[in-house]
Ligand binder design. Structure first.
Ligand code: C2E
Ligand code: MG
Ligand code: MG
Ligand code: MG
Length: 280
């Protein structure tokens, strides 16, 4: 189990905890207090526009600074938050925080926030988005919401209604991790997405002898996006070669460690500069 490895700042953190029943139970208890105790935080990762060669958005990504266990990545606590329903409260907090922080950025730069399928079933997601926009004063077109295919697998009619209402506000909707679930293509006709994020696995496999296949798939998705007027993003860009390959394949946007890892809000300006230097 090496899933949490490779993160230098996670030295206190034991990657096995989320798999251990006792630890999981403890985490669940701790998570209840995490919001009130200001242990949750958002980090931001830039998305680069390949046409204009500039940063056009930052994705907000949850981090939990656990007082004893150190930094816990979302893969290990978002599922617990979903099981307990805490994700509704955490998700509403993330929306508010992300919108507030984005008001400090240049107004050409959007913020994107990940949503859990549970937020479509419990709580009032539409109202939470309206509140976050109203309280922060962020223009709706600067907010992007990322949903995964799992959202569409559930209560389709209710989900589509919520998504349509959100889009009517001027908020953009992105389909995250595209290509990882079964029947991906059918989702493209079930809702008018603004953006498709092609899953990181396709970019990763460019390097391991499946290059031709992955290139063909990325090209096909980018072509489909163009035809349907949906922007396409390649996730997980770690090298210049990958950036060039997926740009040539037709992707509109790039995101990945090559440009910047997710950074704390205070370092967004620095990340912008680093990205600009890589785009020169
Ligand atoms: P995601 O939305 O697909 O986010 C992208 C993940 O890939 C992030 O991991 C990011 O750090 C990582 N990543 C970006 N570029 C690269 C790269 O070049 N190489 C590699 N190896 N990884 C890269 P992170 O932050 O650990 O988040 C994991 C997942 O947790 C997210 O996947 C998302 O599904 C979920 N998540 C994060 N924040 C939230 C949130 O606020 N709400 C909900 N419901 N889920 C969240
Ligand atoms: Mg995402
Ligand atoms: Mg993603
Ligand atoms: Mg992903």
């Amino acid at each position: 189990k090496a899933k949490a490895n490779g993160k230098g700042n996670a030295f206190l953190y034991d990657p096995d905890i989320a798999d251990d029943v006792n630890s999981r139970y403890e985490l669940q208890i701790d998570l209840r207090g995490a919001l009130d105790q200001h242990q949750l935080d958002l980090h931001y990762q830039p998305l680069v526009d390949t046409g204009h060669r500039e940063v056009i958005a930052f994705e907000a990504l949850l981090r939990w600074h656990h007082p004893v266990r150190g930094l816990i990545p979302p893969v290990d606590f978002v599922p617990i938050a979903e099981e307990t329903g805490l994700i509704v409260e955490i998700g509403e907090w993330a929306l508010r925080r992300a919108c507030e922080e984005a008001t400090c950025w240049p107004d050409t730069i959007r913020v994107s926030v990940n949503l859990s399928p549970i937020q479509f079933e419990r709580g009032n997601l539409y109202q939470a988005v309206v509140n976050a926009l109203t309280l922060s004063g962020l223009a709706p077109h600067r907010l992007e919401l990322e949903i995964t295919e799992g959202v569409l697998l559930r209560d389709e009619i209710n989900t589509r209604a919520i998504l349509h209402n959100l889009r009517a506000l001027g908020v953009r909707i992105a389909l995250d991790d595209f290509g990882t679930a079964y029947a991906s293509l059918s989702y493209l006709r079930s809702f008018p997405f603004d953006k498709i994020k092609i899953d990181r696995s396709f970019v990763r496999d460019l390097d391991i002898g499946k290059r031709k296949d992955c290139e063909a798939i990325i090209q096909a998705v980018a072509g489909l996006g163009k035809q349907m007027q949906i922007s396409t993003v390649a996730e997980g860009i770690e090298t210049l070669d990958q950036a060039q390959t997926v740009t040539a394949a037709g992707c509109n946007e790039l995101q990945g460690f090559y440009f910047s890892k997710p950074v704390p809000a205070a370092d967004v300006g620095k990340a912008l500069e680093v990205c600009r230097s890589k785009l020169e």
